[in-house]
Design a protein around this ligand. Structure first.
Ligand SMILES: [Zn+2]
Length: 104
C-alpha cells in the first residue's frame, strides 16, 4: 500500500502498526484501521479506512464494545420510559377496538 500523510498520526515500525490494527478502531467513527507504508523510511502509518487522512486517533476495541453496550442499555431504558418514541411501537388495542377498526 502507498504511504499517505497524516498530520495527526505518527509513522511507526510495522509490528506496532500491526498491533494497532488488531487492538484499536478509529476514535472518530469506530471504523477499521489500515496500514500504509512509507517506503523511503521503512515506517508505517495506521489510518482509518473511512476517515483516511483525517484520522485523529484510535480507541481500544474493548472500549468501543463497552460504549456500544452502554448505548444499547440506554436505548432500552429510553424505549421503556418513552414507548411512543420507538418506531416499532404499536399501541395495544382492546379486542372491541380491533373489531370496530375492521368495521364489523
Ligand atoms: Zn474513522
Amino acid at each position: 500500500m502507498k504511504f499517505k500523510k497524516s498530520i495527526y498520526i505518527e509513522p511507526v515500525a510495522y509490528p506496532a502498526a500491526q498491533r494497532k490494527t488488531f487492538d484499536y478502531l478509529c476514535s472518530t467513527c469506530w471504523g477499521t484501521l489500515r496500514i500504509w507504508v512509507q517506503e523511503e523510511r521503512d515506517l508505517y502509518i495506521v489510518l482509518c479506512g473511512e476517515c483516511d487522512e483525517d484520522t485523529r486517533g484510535f480507541t481500544h476495541k474493548a472500549e468501543v464494545e463497552r460504549k456500544r453496550n452502554d448505548d444499547h442499555f440506554n436505548a432500552q431504558e429510553v424505549k421503556k420510559a418513552y414507548p411512543s418514541l420507538d418506531p416499532n411501537h404499536k399501541e395495544k388495542k382492546s379486542a372491541e377496538d380491533n373489531i370496530k377498526d375492521l368495521g364489523l
